[in-house]
Design a protein around this ligand. Structure first.
Ligand code: HEM
Length: 486
Protein backbone atom coordinates (compact mmCIF):
# COMPACT_ATOMS: atom_id res chain seq x y z
CA UNK A 1 0.00 0.00 0.00
CA UNK A 2 1.40 3.42 -0.89
CA UNK A 3 2.13 5.81 1.96
CA UNK A 4 0.17 9.02 2.49
CA UNK A 5 2.05 12.21 1.58
CA UNK A 6 2.18 14.77 4.42
CA UNK A 7 3.73 18.09 5.42
CA UNK A 8 6.70 17.82 7.80
CA UNK A 9 4.16 18.34 10.58
CA UNK A 10 2.24 15.27 9.41
CA UNK A 11 -0.83 16.93 7.82
CA UNK A 12 -2.09 15.11 4.71
CA UNK A 13 -1.21 16.66 1.31
CA UNK A 14 -3.97 16.13 -1.21
CA UNK A 15 -2.35 17.93 -4.18
CA UNK A 16 1.43 17.93 -4.67
CA UNK A 17 1.35 19.26 -8.25
CA UNK A 18 -0.37 22.67 -8.05
CA UNK A 19 0.05 25.81 -5.94
CA UNK A 20 -3.04 27.41 -4.37
CA UNK A 21 -3.88 30.55 -6.40
CA UNK A 22 -6.70 33.07 -6.57
CA UNK A 23 -8.09 31.70 -9.79
CA UNK A 24 -6.20 30.37 -12.83
CA UNK A 25 -4.78 33.84 -13.69
CA UNK A 26 -4.58 35.18 -10.14
CA UNK A 27 -1.64 35.51 -7.66
CA UNK A 28 -0.58 32.92 -5.09
CA UNK A 29 -2.12 32.66 -1.62
CA UNK A 30 0.15 33.31 1.35
CA UNK A 31 -1.74 30.59 3.19
CA UNK A 32 -0.38 27.89 0.82
CA UNK A 33 1.94 26.51 3.47
CA UNK A 34 2.71 23.42 1.38
CA UNK A 35 4.36 25.65 -1.21
CA UNK A 36 6.15 27.77 1.44
CA UNK A 37 7.51 24.67 3.15
CA UNK A 38 8.65 23.17 -0.13
CA UNK A 39 10.56 26.31 -1.19
CA UNK A 40 11.99 26.86 2.28
CA UNK A 41 13.31 23.31 2.48
CA UNK A 42 14.95 23.58 -0.89
CA UNK A 43 16.79 26.69 0.29
CA UNK A 44 18.25 24.68 3.16
CA UNK A 45 19.29 21.50 1.33
CA UNK A 46 23.00 22.36 1.34
CA UNK A 47 25.21 22.36 4.41
CA UNK A 48 28.79 23.69 4.37
CA UNK A 49 31.05 21.25 2.58
CA UNK A 50 34.09 20.00 4.49
CA UNK A 51 36.83 22.67 4.39
CA UNK A 52 39.14 19.93 3.10
CA UNK A 53 38.28 16.40 1.88
CA UNK A 54 34.95 17.65 0.50
CA UNK A 55 34.65 15.01 -2.24
CA UNK A 56 34.16 11.55 -0.80
CA UNK A 57 32.79 8.03 -1.15
CA UNK A 58 31.74 5.77 1.69
CA UNK A 59 30.44 2.39 2.74
CA UNK A 60 29.55 0.28 5.76
CA UNK A 61 31.41 -2.84 6.89
CA UNK A 62 32.93 -4.97 9.63
CA UNK A 63 36.33 -5.10 11.35
CA UNK A 64 37.49 -8.56 12.51
CA UNK A 65 40.47 -9.06 14.82
CA UNK A 66 42.35 -12.34 14.38
CA UNK A 67 45.71 -11.65 16.06
CA UNK A 68 46.36 -11.38 19.81
CA UNK A 69 47.76 -8.02 20.95
CA UNK A 70 46.24 -8.13 24.43
CA UNK A 71 49.78 -7.66 25.83
CA UNK A 72 49.79 -4.15 24.32
CA UNK A 73 46.21 -2.96 24.69
CA UNK A 74 43.07 -3.51 26.70
CA UNK A 75 40.94 -1.98 23.91
CA UNK A 76 37.97 -4.33 23.51
CA UNK A 77 37.79 -3.56 19.79
CA UNK A 78 41.31 -5.00 19.33
CA UNK A 79 40.87 -8.26 21.27
CA UNK A 80 41.13 -11.57 19.36
CA UNK A 81 37.83 -12.68 17.76
CA UNK A 82 36.13 -9.28 18.13
CA UNK A 83 33.89 -8.12 15.26
CA UNK A 84 32.95 -4.43 15.14
CA UNK A 85 30.56 -2.63 12.80
CA UNK A 86 32.19 0.28 11.00
CA UNK A 87 31.89 3.06 8.45
CA UNK A 88 34.55 4.11 5.91
CA UNK A 89 34.78 7.35 3.96
CA UNK A 90 37.45 7.87 1.32
CA UNK A 91 38.11 11.30 -0.16
CA UNK A 92 40.44 13.59 -2.07
CA UNK A 93 41.88 16.53 -0.14
CA UNK A 94 41.70 19.63 -2.29
CA UNK A 95 38.76 19.23 -4.66
CA UNK A 96 35.33 20.58 -3.85
CA UNK A 97 32.27 18.37 -3.64
CA UNK A 98 31.84 18.35 -7.42
CA UNK A 99 35.52 17.66 -8.20
CA UNK A 100 36.47 14.79 -10.50
CA UNK A 101 37.37 11.61 -8.64
CA UNK A 102 40.48 10.73 -10.67
CA UNK A 103 42.65 13.69 -9.71
CA UNK A 104 46.25 13.41 -8.50
CA UNK A 105 45.88 14.08 -4.78
CA UNK A 106 46.33 12.42 -1.41
CA UNK A 107 43.30 10.27 -0.54
CA UNK A 108 41.58 10.44 2.83
CA UNK A 109 40.98 7.07 4.51
CA UNK A 110 38.60 7.74 7.41
CA UNK A 111 37.27 4.89 9.53
CA UNK A 112 34.69 4.93 12.32
CA UNK A 113 34.45 1.80 14.48
CA UNK A 114 31.27 1.54 16.59
CA UNK A 115 32.85 -0.30 19.55
CA UNK A 116 31.07 -1.34 22.74
CA UNK A 117 33.13 1.30 24.57
CA UNK A 118 32.34 4.19 22.26
CA UNK A 119 33.34 5.21 18.76
CA UNK A 120 36.96 4.86 17.72
CA UNK A 121 37.78 6.99 14.67
CA UNK A 122 40.97 6.49 12.71
CA UNK A 123 41.04 9.43 10.32
CA UNK A 124 43.96 8.58 8.08
CA UNK A 125 45.20 8.92 4.53
CA UNK A 126 46.48 6.57 1.84
CA UNK A 127 50.00 7.71 2.76
CA UNK A 128 51.99 6.88 5.91
CA UNK A 129 53.35 10.45 6.24
CA UNK A 130 52.11 14.01 5.79
CA UNK A 131 53.25 17.38 4.38
CA UNK A 132 54.04 18.95 7.75
CA UNK A 133 55.13 18.21 11.27
CA UNK A 134 53.86 21.38 12.95
CA UNK A 135 50.07 21.88 12.78
CA UNK A 136 50.66 25.65 12.84
CA UNK A 137 51.41 25.33 9.11
CA UNK A 138 48.22 23.42 8.15
CA UNK A 139 46.02 26.44 7.20
CA UNK A 140 48.90 27.92 5.12
CA UNK A 141 49.51 24.62 3.39
CA UNK A 142 45.80 24.15 2.61
CA UNK A 143 45.60 27.69 1.19
CA UNK A 144 48.16 26.57 -1.42
CA UNK A 145 46.03 23.58 -2.35
CA UNK A 146 42.76 25.47 -2.69
CA UNK A 147 41.89 28.28 -5.12
CA UNK A 148 43.87 31.52 -5.56
CA UNK A 149 41.89 34.47 -4.11
CA UNK A 150 41.98 36.48 -7.35
CA UNK A 151 42.12 33.99 -10.22
CA UNK A 152 39.82 31.55 -8.40
CA UNK A 153 42.02 28.84 -9.93
CA UNK A 154 44.32 26.34 -8.25
CA UNK A 155 47.86 27.65 -8.24
CA UNK A 156 50.90 25.41 -8.91
CA UNK A 157 53.03 28.48 -8.18
CA UNK A 158 51.65 28.71 -4.64
CA UNK A 159 52.10 24.96 -4.12
CA UNK A 160 55.75 24.88 -5.23
CA UNK A 161 56.56 28.19 -3.53
CA UNK A 162 55.34 26.70 -0.23
CA UNK A 163 57.07 23.34 -0.79
CA UNK A 164 60.34 24.98 -1.84
CA UNK A 165 60.36 26.68 1.59
CA UNK A 166 59.12 23.61 3.49
CA UNK A 167 61.49 20.69 2.90
CA UNK A 168 59.60 18.59 5.46
CA UNK A 169 56.91 18.20 2.76
CA UNK A 170 59.18 16.44 0.26
CA UNK A 171 58.59 12.92 1.54
CA UNK A 172 54.82 13.29 1.06
CA UNK A 173 55.28 15.18 -2.25
CA UNK A 174 57.37 12.24 -3.51
CA UNK A 175 54.50 9.86 -2.70
CA UNK A 176 51.98 12.25 -4.27
CA UNK A 177 53.94 12.44 -7.54
CA UNK A 178 54.57 8.66 -7.57
CA UNK A 179 52.14 6.01 -8.85
CA UNK A 180 50.42 6.02 -5.45
CA UNK A 181 49.25 9.59 -6.05
CA UNK A 182 46.52 8.49 -8.45
CA UNK A 183 44.87 5.18 -7.47
CA UNK A 184 42.36 3.61 -9.89
CA UNK A 185 39.71 3.29 -7.15
CA UNK A 186 39.37 3.47 -3.35
CA UNK A 187 39.67 -0.32 -3.34
CA UNK A 188 43.15 -0.21 -4.88
CA UNK A 189 45.00 1.74 -2.21
CA UNK A 190 46.30 1.23 1.32
CA UNK A 191 45.18 3.25 4.31
CA UNK A 192 47.41 4.48 7.13
CA UNK A 193 46.65 5.94 10.55
CA UNK A 194 49.83 7.92 9.71
CA UNK A 195 50.36 9.33 13.20
CA UNK A 196 51.98 7.51 16.06
CA UNK A 197 49.22 6.60 18.49
CA UNK A 198 49.37 5.15 22.01
CA UNK A 199 48.21 1.72 23.15
CA UNK A 200 47.95 0.82 26.81
CA UNK A 201 47.21 -2.39 28.64
CA UNK A 202 45.47 -3.19 31.91
CA UNK A 203 48.78 -3.12 33.76
CA UNK A 204 49.10 0.55 32.77
CA UNK A 205 51.99 -0.02 30.33
CA UNK A 206 52.07 2.17 27.22
CA UNK A 207 53.32 1.28 23.73
CA UNK A 208 53.54 3.47 20.66
CA UNK A 209 51.77 2.14 17.58
CA UNK A 210 51.34 2.76 13.85
CA UNK A 211 48.21 1.40 12.09
CA UNK A 212 48.29 0.25 8.46
CA UNK A 213 45.43 -1.08 6.30
CA UNK A 214 46.77 -2.99 3.28
CA UNK A 215 44.51 -3.42 0.29
CA UNK A 216 43.67 -7.04 -0.56
CA UNK A 217 42.58 -5.94 -4.04
CA UNK A 218 46.18 -5.04 -4.98
CA UNK A 219 47.53 -1.65 -5.94
CA UNK A 220 46.38 -0.18 -9.25
CA UNK A 221 47.16 3.32 -10.49
CA UNK A 222 46.53 5.56 -13.46
CA UNK A 223 49.07 7.76 -15.18
CA UNK A 224 48.05 11.41 -15.61
CA UNK A 225 47.06 10.84 -19.23
CA UNK A 226 45.04 7.69 -18.44
CA UNK A 227 43.22 9.63 -15.71
CA UNK A 228 42.52 12.53 -18.08
CA UNK A 229 40.87 10.08 -20.47
CA UNK A 230 38.82 8.51 -17.66
CA UNK A 231 37.69 11.91 -16.36
CA UNK A 232 36.62 12.76 -19.92
CA UNK A 233 34.19 9.82 -19.68
CA UNK A 234 33.09 10.16 -16.06
CA UNK A 235 33.96 12.47 -13.19
CA UNK A 236 32.47 9.99 -10.69
CA UNK A 237 34.68 6.92 -11.25
CA UNK A 238 35.33 6.20 -7.56
CA UNK A 239 31.68 6.38 -6.60
CA UNK A 240 30.74 4.13 -9.52
CA UNK A 241 33.41 1.56 -8.71
CA UNK A 242 32.95 1.41 -4.92
CA UNK A 243 29.15 1.45 -5.07
CA UNK A 244 29.11 -0.99 -8.01
CA UNK A 245 31.48 -3.50 -6.39
CA UNK A 246 29.44 -3.63 -3.18
CA UNK A 247 26.10 -3.89 -5.05
CA UNK A 248 27.59 -6.81 -7.05
CA UNK A 249 28.71 -8.56 -3.84
CA UNK A 250 32.45 -8.05 -4.52
CA UNK A 251 33.21 -6.80 -1.04
CA UNK A 252 36.60 -5.05 -0.80
CA UNK A 253 38.91 -5.95 2.11
CA UNK A 254 41.94 -4.50 3.84
CA UNK A 255 44.39 -6.30 6.16
CA UNK A 256 45.05 -4.52 9.46
CA UNK A 257 48.71 -4.40 10.46
CA UNK A 258 50.49 -2.60 13.27
CA UNK A 259 54.02 -1.61 14.25
CA UNK A 260 54.82 -1.42 17.95
CA UNK A 261 57.45 0.55 19.89
CA UNK A 262 57.88 0.27 23.69
CA UNK A 263 57.21 3.63 25.36
CA UNK A 264 60.74 4.43 26.55
CA UNK A 265 62.38 3.49 23.22
CA UNK A 266 60.95 6.71 21.72
CA UNK A 267 63.73 8.66 23.46
CA UNK A 268 66.46 6.60 21.76
CA UNK A 269 65.48 6.34 18.07
CA UNK A 270 67.67 8.19 15.54
CA UNK A 271 64.52 9.88 14.16
CA UNK A 272 61.68 11.51 16.07
CA UNK A 273 58.98 8.80 16.17
CA UNK A 274 56.33 11.50 16.70
CA UNK A 275 57.28 13.37 13.52
CA UNK A 276 54.47 12.86 11.00
CA UNK A 277 56.83 13.36 8.05
CA UNK A 278 58.68 10.13 8.97
CA UNK A 279 57.90 6.43 8.75
CA UNK A 280 59.17 3.86 11.20
CA UNK A 281 61.59 1.54 9.34
CA UNK A 282 59.97 -1.90 8.96
CA UNK A 283 63.36 -3.52 9.62
CA UNK A 284 63.41 -2.05 13.14
CA UNK A 285 59.66 -2.20 13.77
CA UNK A 286 58.26 -5.19 11.86
CA UNK A 287 54.61 -5.15 10.83
CA UNK A 288 52.24 -7.55 12.61
CA UNK A 289 48.99 -8.64 10.97
CA UNK A 290 46.13 -8.49 13.47
CA UNK A 291 42.92 -8.55 11.44
CA UNK A 292 41.02 -7.23 8.45
CA UNK A 293 37.98 -5.17 7.52
CA UNK A 294 35.48 -5.69 4.77
CA UNK A 295 33.07 -3.17 3.24
CA UNK A 296 29.84 -5.01 2.52
CA UNK A 297 26.97 -2.52 2.52
CA UNK A 298 26.20 0.63 0.60
CA UNK A 299 24.52 3.46 2.50
CA UNK A 300 20.79 3.82 1.84
CA UNK A 301 21.11 7.58 1.75
CA UNK A 302 24.40 9.26 0.83
CA UNK A 303 23.64 12.56 2.58
CA UNK A 304 22.44 11.04 5.86
CA UNK A 305 25.18 8.44 6.17
CA UNK A 306 28.25 9.86 4.39
CA UNK A 307 27.86 13.65 4.19
CA UNK A 308 26.64 13.73 7.79
CA UNK A 309 29.46 11.46 8.96
CA UNK A 310 31.71 13.26 11.45
CA UNK A 311 35.10 11.58 11.90
CA UNK A 312 37.43 12.90 14.57
CA UNK A 313 40.83 11.87 15.95
CA UNK A 314 39.39 12.90 19.34
CA UNK A 315 37.23 9.76 19.28
CA UNK A 316 39.31 7.16 21.08
CA UNK A 317 38.40 4.28 23.38
CA UNK A 318 40.05 2.87 26.53
CA UNK A 319 43.31 1.13 25.51
CA UNK A 320 43.99 3.46 22.56
CA UNK A 321 45.29 6.98 23.06
CA UNK A 322 47.13 9.91 21.56
CA UNK A 323 50.88 10.47 21.41
CA UNK A 324 53.05 13.60 21.59
CA UNK A 325 52.72 13.97 17.78
CA UNK A 326 51.93 17.71 17.53
CA UNK A 327 49.79 17.35 14.43
CA UNK A 328 47.66 14.69 16.08
CA UNK A 329 47.25 16.93 19.13
CA UNK A 330 45.96 19.80 16.95
CA UNK A 331 43.60 17.50 15.06
CA UNK A 332 42.03 16.52 18.39
CA UNK A 333 40.74 20.11 18.51
CA UNK A 334 40.13 20.76 14.83
CA UNK A 335 37.68 18.04 13.78
CA UNK A 336 35.10 18.28 16.54
CA UNK A 337 35.19 22.06 16.12
CA UNK A 338 34.61 21.65 12.35
CA UNK A 339 31.66 19.35 13.01
CA UNK A 340 29.98 21.76 15.42
CA UNK A 341 30.13 24.35 12.64
CA UNK A 342 29.29 22.05 9.71
CA UNK A 343 26.66 19.84 11.35
CA UNK A 344 25.65 21.48 14.64
CA UNK A 345 26.31 21.12 18.34
CA UNK A 346 24.70 17.70 18.73
CA UNK A 347 26.35 16.14 15.65
CA UNK A 348 27.21 13.02 17.66
CA UNK A 349 23.46 12.29 18.01
CA UNK A 350 22.94 11.98 14.25
CA UNK A 351 22.29 8.29 13.53
CA UNK A 352 25.52 7.78 11.54
CA UNK A 353 27.63 9.26 14.33
CA UNK A 354 25.71 7.96 17.34
CA UNK A 355 27.66 5.34 19.30
CA UNK A 356 26.04 1.91 19.49
CA UNK A 357 26.72 1.78 23.26
CA UNK A 358 24.98 3.69 26.07
CA UNK A 359 25.80 7.42 26.14
CA UNK A 360 25.52 9.49 29.33
CA UNK A 361 26.75 13.02 29.84
CA UNK A 362 25.84 16.35 31.43
CA UNK A 363 25.99 18.55 28.32
CA UNK A 364 22.72 20.41 27.96
CA UNK A 365 20.50 21.82 25.22
CA UNK A 366 21.74 23.38 21.95
CA UNK A 367 20.77 22.93 18.30
CA UNK A 368 19.08 19.64 17.44
CA UNK A 369 19.19 18.22 20.97
CA UNK A 370 16.47 15.66 20.26
CA UNK A 371 17.33 13.38 23.14
CA UNK A 372 16.95 15.65 26.18
CA UNK A 373 19.03 15.30 29.32
CA UNK A 374 21.46 12.39 28.92
CA UNK A 375 22.80 11.97 32.43
CA UNK A 376 20.46 9.05 33.10
CA UNK A 377 18.04 11.05 35.30
CA UNK A 378 15.90 14.14 34.54
CA UNK A 379 16.89 15.98 37.72
CA UNK A 380 20.60 15.31 37.24
CA UNK A 381 21.55 18.22 35.02
CA UNK A 382 24.59 19.23 37.11
CA UNK A 383 27.38 17.28 38.74
CA UNK A 384 28.25 16.32 41.49
CA UNK A 385 24.74 15.40 42.58
CA UNK A 386 23.20 13.00 45.07
CA UNK A 387 20.86 11.21 42.63
CA UNK A 388 21.84 7.56 42.73
CA UNK A 389 20.69 6.65 39.19
CA UNK A 390 22.59 9.45 37.50
CA UNK A 391 25.79 8.82 35.53
CA UNK A 392 28.96 8.28 37.56
CA UNK A 393 32.62 8.18 36.59
CA UNK A 394 34.05 4.77 35.77
CA UNK A 395 36.25 2.74 33.51
CA UNK A 396 39.97 2.28 33.10
CA UNK A 397 42.23 5.30 33.45
CA UNK A 398 44.91 5.94 30.81
CA UNK A 399 48.43 5.81 32.29
CA UNK A 400 49.99 9.26 32.74
CA UNK A 401 51.98 10.64 29.82
CA UNK A 402 55.50 11.50 30.99
CA UNK A 403 56.50 14.79 29.43
CA UNK A 404 59.17 17.34 30.19
CA UNK A 405 60.57 20.43 28.51
CA UNK A 406 60.26 24.20 28.48
CA UNK A 407 57.24 25.67 26.67
CA UNK A 408 58.47 27.76 23.76
CA UNK A 409 58.03 28.14 19.98
CA UNK A 410 60.69 25.69 18.77
CA UNK A 411 61.79 25.91 15.12
CA UNK A 412 60.54 22.61 13.78
CA UNK A 413 62.84 22.84 10.74
CA UNK A 414 66.07 23.23 12.80
CA UNK A 415 68.36 20.22 12.51
CA UNK A 416 65.75 17.93 10.99
CA UNK A 417 66.79 15.43 8.35
CA UNK A 418 64.15 15.88 5.64
CA UNK A 419 66.11 14.05 2.95
CA UNK A 420 67.02 10.51 4.11
CA UNK A 421 63.51 9.05 4.08
CA UNK A 422 62.47 10.45 0.66
CA UNK A 423 65.87 9.16 -0.59
CA UNK A 424 65.10 5.66 0.74
CA UNK A 425 61.69 5.79 -0.98
CA UNK A 426 63.23 7.00 -4.26
CA UNK A 427 65.82 4.21 -4.06
CA UNK A 428 63.07 1.62 -3.61
CA UNK A 429 61.43 2.54 -6.95
CA UNK A 430 62.35 0.69 -10.13
CA UNK A 431 63.36 2.56 -13.28
CA UNK A 432 59.83 2.81 -14.70
CA UNK A 433 58.42 4.06 -11.42
CA UNK A 434 61.15 6.72 -11.24
CA UNK A 435 60.51 7.81 -14.82
CA UNK A 436 56.84 8.34 -13.98
CA UNK A 437 57.77 10.12 -10.71
CA UNK A 438 59.99 12.58 -12.59
CA UNK A 439 57.40 13.13 -15.33
CA UNK A 440 54.56 13.73 -12.86
CA UNK A 441 56.70 16.17 -10.87
CA UNK A 442 57.75 18.04 -14.03
CA UNK A 443 54.11 18.24 -15.22
CA UNK A 444 52.98 19.56 -11.84
CA UNK A 445 55.62 22.33 -12.12
CA UNK A 446 54.27 23.65 -15.44
CA UNK A 447 53.95 27.44 -15.43
CA UNK A 448 55.78 27.92 -12.10
CA UNK A 449 58.39 30.76 -12.11
CA UNK A 450 61.98 29.56 -12.58
CA UNK A 451 63.28 31.05 -9.32
CA UNK A 452 60.83 28.88 -7.37
CA UNK A 453 61.73 25.80 -9.42
CA UNK A 454 65.46 26.42 -8.83
CA UNK A 455 64.82 26.64 -5.09
CA UNK A 456 62.88 23.38 -5.02
CA UNK A 457 65.41 21.55 -7.22
CA UNK A 458 68.09 22.27 -4.61
CA UNK A 459 66.06 20.10 -2.23
CA UNK A 460 65.62 17.33 -4.80
CA UNK A 461 69.40 17.32 -5.37
CA UNK A 462 69.88 16.97 -1.63
CA UNK A 463 67.53 13.99 -1.59
CA UNK A 464 69.53 12.44 -4.43
CA UNK A 465 71.40 13.98 -7.39
CA UNK A 466 69.66 11.36 -9.57
CA UNK A 467 66.23 12.59 -8.41
CA UNK A 468 67.09 16.23 -9.24
CA UNK A 469 68.60 15.27 -12.61
CA UNK A 470 65.56 13.11 -13.43
CA UNK A 471 63.18 16.04 -12.86
CA UNK A 472 65.40 18.40 -14.91
CA UNK A 473 65.48 15.95 -17.80
CA UNK A 474 61.69 15.37 -17.60
CA UNK A 475 61.19 19.17 -17.70
CA UNK A 476 63.38 19.45 -20.81
CA UNK A 477 61.41 16.67 -22.52
CA UNK A 478 58.13 18.40 -21.66
CA UNK A 479 59.29 21.75 -23.08
CA UNK A 480 60.60 19.99 -26.26
CA UNK A 481 57.17 18.38 -26.68
CA UNK A 482 55.47 21.77 -26.24
CA UNK A 483 57.89 23.41 -28.71
CA UNK A 484 57.21 20.64 -31.23
CA UNK A 485 53.46 21.10 -30.80
CA UNK A 486 53.66 24.89 -31.37
C1 HEM B 1 46.98 20.09 11.57
C2 HEM B 1 46.63 19.15 10.73
C3 HEM B 1 45.23 18.94 10.24
C4 HEM B 1 44.11 19.68 10.46
C5 HEM B 1 43.97 20.96 11.27
C6 HEM B 1 43.03 19.03 9.74
C7 HEM B 1 41.73 19.48 9.69
C8 HEM B 1 40.70 18.89 9.00
C9 HEM B 1 39.36 19.38 8.91
C10 HEM B 1 38.85 20.65 9.59
C11 HEM B 1 38.64 18.51 8.18
C12 HEM B 1 37.17 18.62 7.80
C13 HEM B 1 36.33 17.88 8.81
C14 HEM B 1 34.85 17.92 8.49
O1 HEM B 1 34.33 19.01 8.22
O2 HEM B 1 34.20 16.84 8.56
C15 HEM B 1 39.53 17.44 7.80
C16 HEM B 1 39.15 16.34 7.07
C17 HEM B 1 39.95 15.23 6.93
N1 HEM B 1 41.28 15.12 7.29
FE1 HEM B 1 42.40 16.50 8.18
N2 HEM B 1 43.51 17.91 9.13
C18 HEM B 1 44.85 17.81 9.42
C19 HEM B 1 45.71 16.81 9.03
C20 HEM B 1 45.31 15.60 8.53
C21 HEM B 1 46.12 14.42 8.46
C22 HEM B 1 47.57 14.33 8.95
C23 HEM B 1 45.33 13.42 7.95
C24 HEM B 1 45.64 12.00 7.70
C25 HEM B 1 46.65 11.36 8.24
C26 HEM B 1 44.02 14.00 7.69
C27 HEM B 1 42.95 13.31 7.18
C28 HEM B 1 41.70 13.85 6.99
C29 HEM B 1 40.59 13.10 6.42
C30 HEM B 1 40.61 11.65 5.96
C31 HEM B 1 39.51 13.96 6.39
C32 HEM B 1 38.11 13.65 5.86
C33 HEM B 1 37.31 12.91 6.91
C34 HEM B 1 35.98 12.51 6.32
O3 HEM B 1 35.98 11.62 5.45
O4 HEM B 1 34.97 13.08 6.74
N3 HEM B 1 44.03 15.32 8.04
N4 HEM B 1 40.79 17.71 8.28
Amino acid sequence: MSKRLTTTAGAPITDNQNSATAGERGPLLMQDYQLLEKLAHQNRERIPERVVHAKGWGAIGTLKITGDISAYTCAKVLQPGTETPMLARFSTVAGEQGAADHERDVRGFALKFYTEEGNWDLVGNNTPVFFLRDPYKFPDFIHTQKRHPKTNLRSPTAMWDYWSLSPEALHQVTILMSDRGLPVSPMHMNGYGSHTFGLWNEAGERFWVKFHFKTQQGHAHFTNSEAAEVVGQSREGYQEQLFGAIEAGNFPKWTLQIQIMPETEAEKTSFNPFDLTKVWPHSDYPVMTIGEFELNQNPENYFAEIENAAFSPSNTVPGIGASPDKVLQARIFSYADAHRYRLGTHYESLPVNAPKCPVHHYHKDGTMNALGQRSGHTDAYYEPNSISESAKEGGLQEPPLKISGDADRYNHRDGNDDYSQPRALHDLMDENQRTRLYANTAEAMAGVPEDIISRVLVHYDLISPEYGAGIRSARSKLSEMHDAAD
